[in-house]
Write a protein that binds this ligand. Sequence first.
Ligand SMILES: [Fe+2]
Ligand SMILES: [Fe+2]
Length: 170
Amino acid sequence: MAVDTKAGAGVFSEENTAKREELIELLKKAYWMEIETVMSYTANSINPDGVRAQEIVEHLEQDIQEELGHAQQFGKRIKELYGVVPGSMDFSAEQSYLQPPEQQTDVVHVIRGVIEAENGAIEHYQRIIEFCDDFDLVTQDMLIAIQRDEQGHKRLFEGFLREYEAEGRA
Ligand SMILES: [Fe+2]
Ligand SMILES: [Fe+2]
């Protein structure tokens, strides 16, 4: 029976150099997504006005720390794969939906923006999880754990949105 040595050769093998570099690029994108989320959640945890905004603000404050932790994990994995964590000049922003709303009492805008950011992360991380199949189970394991955090964030903010929708405010 023929054995496919390439499939089991792993992320550090010579023949997988190109694929490892491709993985590093996917991880750099993930790193930037986390960094931008830290920026967006910071602004959106400070700007909102009103009694109802406080719950959202408190959760965003917690999430900032988690997203920063994710960025650090992605950075460390990039290094372990012999890549280099990019500098700030390589950054380009994408989260148009998490810019400050017209009115700072518009909490629904923030909630929807957070859900969109979490969806974007979940989608990209799913792609990396699949890319890592039979190739890099260590990166895959890390991504699965981070994926769960993002699913938790998304679910929490979907709950907030439901409440607003039930009251006819969204
Ligand atoms: Fe994250
Ligand atoms: Fe998240």
